[in-house]
Write a protein that binds this ligand. Structure first.
Ligand SMILES: Nc1nc2c(ncn2[C@@H]2O[C@H](COP(=O)(O)OP(=O)(O)OP(=O)(O)O)[C@@H](O)[C@H]2O)c(=O)[nH]1
Ligand SMILES: [Mg+2]
Length: 193
């Protein structure tokens, strides 16, 4: 909006699920002076996007749901069928690696452009989230480290992310790896256990 003007941006929400989701986005829209469109299904989305084709950018807020919900596939199909939409996946940095891996598998697809790491302020380590992004070769577009909008949304800083991923747990933490435990882990990995 700052770069191209409020009339070059539009917001769409497909979230008719969470109570107050539309209202929340409308308030952001009002603050920015940007129109907010609510769409209910695939044809509604196609129609709205074609009306907005003179915009520089259209941001679509989708329904948040469990990666195990069968609606995930329906929502992905709706976005894929609506034209050239790039999806950004939000990865909660406080989740375990195996859960995040599940999330990526559920939300993967040809239109997945990258991810946003959220809640890095709450995460004890960034290792699981970064590991998943690297393993699945997903570009990190933004990093969120708090609840303030927009102050807590940042471009990723490679050195900071690697530092937070490799930093060991404090000595008094039950998750601190002792020298003997590190050796045992390496031996177990070598033995394929
Ligand atoms: N501490 C912290 N809180 C965050 C961060 N990002 C979002 N939150 C908070 O997490 C809560 C949920 O944020 P939303 O933006 O509603 O998340 P969402 O993914 O759109 O949620 P659904 O649409 O219901 O799936 C809010 O209270 C946010 O303020 C972050 O980086 N750090
Ligand atoms: Mg939401």
């Amino acid at each position: 909006m700052v770069r191209h003007g409020a009339d070059k941006l539009a917001l769409i929400t497909t979230d008719g699920y969470r109570i107050g989701a539309h209202e929340q986005l409308r308030i952001y829209g009002r603050i920015l002076g940007v129109p907010v469109h609510v769409v209910r299904d695939a044809s509604d989305l196609r129609q709205t996007l074609s009306e907005l084709k003179n915009k520089h950018m259209v941001l679509i807020d989708t329904v948040g749901m469990s990666q195990r919900d069968k609606m995930v596939a329906e929502q992905a199909a709706m976005l894929l069928g609506a034209g050239h939409i790039k999806r950004l996946l939000l990865l909660n940095a406080t989740s375990r690696g195996d859960t995040l891996d599940d999330v990526v598998r559920a939300y993967d697809g040809p239109d997945l452009a990258g991810c946003v790491l959220t809640k890095v302020d709450e995460a004890a380590s960034l290792a699981p989230a970064l590991d998943v992004a690297v393993r699945h070769e997903i570009d990190v577009y933004y990093v969120a480290n708090g609840q303030r909008v927009p102050e807590d949304l940042h471009l990723p800083n490679r050195a900071y992310l690697v530092h937070r991923a490799l930093k060991s747990a404090p000595e008094d933490s039950p998750y601190h790896l002792g020298a003997d435990e590190a050796g045992l882990l390496m031996a177990a990995a070598g033995a394929g256990v």
